[in-house]
Design a protein around this ligand. Structure first.
Ligand code: NAD
Length: 486
């Protein structure tokens, strides 16, 4: 049954502590991807809306940047507590608007809370450094200051975690923030701001402007915004990086991925299969740390492919709110169609389709594709080159670890890479020779915790300072050096 139009919530922007309508005629429907039912309408805001938000955030910055750091941290402690209290509600909201399973959504809430916990360490994180006697009678000290109004532009695949990579730390460092959430998963932002308000955050410190490319361009070009944090697909990341830099802003732009997992003949196959299934098909493959290519080394390939197929046949597909479901829908029907096109291209280009996720039937009306596995994939094929961002796994066969590393390094992307082996020398060779920023040994998804940088390389990242950890603190602060003769 479709909701009547009066029941469907039309989202508003949140600016200067008020929920206000966007100055736009353009709205987009937001469907639940598991059911195809419309659950909200999101405004596509304009640069005018951005301008109003920047004015309010600038006003708030004057006060917030001077608010004592321990006082800022205390608000983050209260926020952490409220997020914990609303854990189940937040996880359900993630599943409803994004489609991932409730278990994965629950894990996403945990990762998000960890970012708030890290940011609550602001008094330590914001500390400077000093050295006496840098020359006779001279001392030097470094102080940290916030940069000003900061904006975050986020993707659909982690509606809570990726915004939480950005605004808690930026705000803890004394900046004020404008969040432009993904127009495909815009509802979480509202709850995040409501709970932060309940924790005592002053008006204007965190603002939300909904929208798509017009709102993004408004942020990139606005003189009042000093830094841009972006997470999303590669072409948009590159565009955001160039445009924001051209406009004199600091920018960190985290982009797409094509993560390879190398499996050596001495690997614990039970562990490898379990971890690869989770990494390839969890969150319907819509993860920047998803495993999308397995590189099978030597004579393990036949057994590995057989067992991956066997394990993926057991996967339950459907609405993620059903606790038995492992694989939810893709985010939109258009993305499903694109994925079907990739599967077709794999078949046409000569890969061997071991498991065809197009044949899985699901009772729900959403945008489902079942687990899909290709064997005998080669680097000329489109399914090897492109980020598909769906439950489609490619297996490439090689003879040696050196070949596996060379093949992995041919990818333009370099977010993560994993290896399954018991050999210390293989692990060392992998660590030293792989061109990627986040490595896993005998683990499927090596996503760093909040206190380490999320450090993609090559076309998976544009900028200098990554998100999270000390990089995040450096990105959201300016340093002042003071040299004193006394
Ligand atoms: P996307 O690039 O389509 O959208 C990201 C953001 O950019 C959204 O807020 C969107 O409104 C905006 N946007 C989209 N097109 C734009 C345009 N033409 N001009 C200006 N702004 C535009 O990405 P997505 O589909 O929402 O997210 C999935 C992508 O994000 C995947 O490529 C995934 O690998 C990547 N991702 C990367 C990381 C990482 O840490 N490297 C983390 C999560 C997701």
């Amino acid at each position: 049954m479709t909701k009547s139009s009066t029941e469907i919530k039309t989202l508003k922007n949140y600016i200067g502590g008020q929920w206000i309508e966007a100055q736009t005629e353009k709205y987009e429907d937001v469907p639940n991807p598991a059911t195809d039912q419309t659950i909200a309408r999101v405004p596509l805001s304009t640069p005018n809306d951005i301008d109003i938000a920047v004015k309010e955030a600038t006003k708030a910055f004057a006060v917030w940047s001077k608010t004592p750091v321990p006082k800022r941290a205390r608000i983050l402690f209260r926020y952490q507590q409220l997020l914990v209290e609303h854990w189940d509600e937040l996880a359900r909201l993630i599943t409803v608007e994004n489609g991932k399973s409730y278990k994965e959504a629950y894990g996403e809430v945990q990762r998000s809370i960890e970012n708030v916990e890290f940011a609550a360490g602001a008094p330590t994180l914001m500390m400077g450094e000093q050295l006496t006697e840098i020359a006779s009678g001279l001392d030097s000290a470094m102080y940290r200051y916030p940069v000003g109004v900061v904006a975050g532009i986020t993707p659909f695949n982690f509606p809570m975690m990726v915004p939480c990579w950005m605004f808690p730390l930026a705000i803890a460092c004394g900046n004020t923030f404008i969040l432009k959430p993904s127009e495909r998963t815009p509802m979480m932002a509202q709850r995040l701001v409501e709970l932060f308000n309940e924790a005592g955050l002053p008006q204007g410190v965190l603002n939300i402007v909904h929208g798509a490319h017009d709102a993004v361009n408004g942020l990139l070009e606005h003189k009042g915004i000093k830094a841009i944090s972006f997470v999303g697909s590669q072409p948009v990341a590159e565009y955001v990086y160039r445009t924001a830099a051209q406009n004199g802003k600091r920018v960190q732009a985290l982009a797409g991925a094509k993560n390879h997992t190398i499996v050596l003949p001495d690997a614990d196959l039970d562990l490898a299969v379990e971890q690869i299934i989770g990494a390839a098909f969890g969150s319907a493959g819509e993860r920047c740390m998803a495993c999308s290519v397995v590189v099978a080394v030597g004579d393990i390939a036949d057994e590995l492919v057989f067992r991956l197929k066997e394990a993926s046949d057991q996967i339950r597909i459907g609405n993620g709110l059903n606790e038995e479901v492992f694989l939810g829908p893709l985010i939109r029907e258009s993305h499903r169609q694109k994925t079907l096109g990739y599967i077709e291209s794999g078949v046409k280009q000569g890969a061997q389709l071991v498991r065809d996720g197009r044949l899985d039937s699901v009772e729900e009306n959403g945008y489902f594709v079942g687990p899909t596995i290709f064997d005998q994939v080669s680097t000329e094929m489109t399914i090897w080159k492109d980020e598909i961002f769906a439950p489609v796994l490619s297996v490439v066969r090689v003879n040696t670890l050196t070949e596996a590393i060379e093949l992995t390094n041919q990818s333009r992307f370099a977010n993560g890479a994993c290896i399954f082996t018991d050999s210390a020398s293989a692990i060392r060779q992998f660590r030293e020779e792989i061109d990627a920023g986040m490595l896993g040994v005998n683990i499927g998804v090596p996503a760093p915790m909040a206190f380490f940088p999320f450090s993609g390389w090559k076309d998976s990242f544009y900028g200098d300072l990554h998100a999270n950890g000390k990089d995040g603190v450096n990105f959201y602060t300016r340093r002042k050096m003071v040299t004193v003769r006394m």
